[in-house]
Design a protein around this ligand. Sequence first.
Ligand SMILES: [Zn+2]
Length: 527
Amino acid sequence: MERQDKEIFKSRMYARQQLIEGWDQQTLEKSCVMIVGVGALGCEVAKDFALMGIGKLILVDLDTVEASNLSRQMLFRSLDVGRPKAEVAAERLKEMNPFLKIDAYFKKLQKLPMDVYEEADVIVATLDNFNARLDLNKICIRLKKPLVEAGTVGFEGHVQVIIPKGSGIKYGKKEREIERIVEQKLWALEEQDYPEYFEALREIERLEEQIERIKNEKIEPVIAKIRNEIEKEFDNKYAEEILNQTPCYRCLIPIPPADDKLVAACTLVGVPRNRNHCVIKAEVNFEKKYGNKPDMNNDDDVLKLLALAQEELEKLRERVFEENVPPEKLEQLSDAEIQEWKNNIKQTFGPDFKFEDMENILGNKIAAVQTVSSVIASIQSQEALKLLFRKHGRNIGEPMDPPYVNYNGIYGRFDHLEISKRENCEACGKSQGEETIKIVVPFDADIAYVFKAMEIIGHRLDPSEWMITHPISKELFWNPYVPSMKDLKIKLKALNITNNDILTLTPLGKAKTESEIKKYNLIISYM
Ligand SMILES: [Zn+2]
C-alpha cells in the first residue's frame, strides 16, 4: 500500500474508537503489550489489542496447541494442533490486523532475556499456574513494569492490577489515602488521651439501640400488617400486571430523539449551526458539485467531502466571529484579543475535520470500543441463552432481575437498574396506537412543512384527512373540512407555535378507519 492509502485505511479501521473521548490512535500505535500465556485469556486479550490497533505485541507461551484448547481459544484451528501457541497466535493476529508487529516466544517466561520484558509498556499475565505468576510478578516489580494479572476457576474469575513502585504510572487519590490513614489512626487512639471521644462513641451506640427498639415496637408491626394484606390480594390484584413481563424498550424512551433525516432536510434550506451540520451541508454541496452522493467507501469521494465540510466549518467559524465581533468592535480589539476570539470559536466548534469524521458524522456513528463491546455482547448472549432454554421448558437460570444492567468499565462496576413500565407507553401501555415524535423544522416552516417532515421520517399523511390541534388549548391549526382552517402556507410562527410546543395530529374520515396510528403528538423543534 502507498503511504497515504495506508494511513487512510488505518483511519477507516479505527474511525469508531477515535470517537472515544481522550482516545489517541498514535499512542496505541507506539505501544507494546506483552502477553504471558496464550491460552483462553491470552487469546482474548491478544485479539482485543490486535483489533484496537496496538503497535506491537509480545506473545510468550511454552505450550503447543491441543484439541481441548479449540473450544475456547479462538485463534487456533484444528490443523494447528501440535504447533507452538505463540507462533500460531501471531499468524492469526496478523491476519486480523496487517499493521501489527508481533514477537512470539515459544519459551518459558523465566528463560526470556530481560530485554524482551523491557520493551513492554504493560505486561499481561494470562497464566494457568501459581509459580509462573509468582515469577512474573517478581520480574515486573524488579523492572518496574505494570502488570495486569487475571485468572479463572470454573465460573469465577479475578483481575488484579499491579503497579510497582517507580513505574511512573499515577495511581490512587491523595484525599482518599489521607482518609484511610486518619481512619487507621482513629482506631489506634487511647481512651486516656481522648476520653470525650470515647464517651461520644458509647452514647451513639446507646442511641442506636434505642432506634432499633422503637423500630421493633412501632414500625415493624405496621409493615407486617400491610405486607400480610398485599400477600392476600397479590394474585388477584397485582400479579397479572407485574409478573411475567418487563418494561419494553419504548417504556424507557418517552420522547425518541428527532430523526437525523429531518436535520439534513432543514440544512438544505438553512445554514450550518454546528459541526455536524457542516458535514451534512457538505454532502448536499457534494451532490450539487459532482452530480451524485459521495460514496463513503471511495477514498477520493471522502477526501472531496472532507474539503467541502472543512470549507463549511471555516465559514461557520467566520460567521460566528462576525456575529460576535462586528466591524465597529473589531477596531477596538488588539491582535491578541482577536486571536483569543478566534481560538474560542475554534474550540466551540471543534478542530478541523479528519477523514474518519465524515463517515462518523454522516452515519451518526456512536463511539464504540472492543473491550466494552465484548463484555456487553457476552451479557447479551447470556441473557438470550437463558430465555431460549426457558422457551423450551428448560431452566439454566433466571433472566437477570432487574432486567437492565449497566457496566461501567471506568469504575469497573456492574450496576443493575430498577426500571419500570411506563403507564402511558406508546408500545406497551395505555397510549398504544399513539406516537410521540420530535420533528425538526426550519424557522420559517409552514403547515405544509409539518406534513413534509412527517413524510421524510416515514409517516405519509394525506393533509386532507388529518387535523392539527393544540393538545391543551384545543386550538385548531389545520382542519381540511373547514376552509378557514385550511391554509398550508401559514407559518407555524404565525400560529404562535414556539420551540417544544406540541401539535396533535388526528385522523379524520377514511384515515380514521385506516390509520394504525390514532394520534400523533409532534414536539416541534426549530432548527
Ligand atoms: Zn413499554
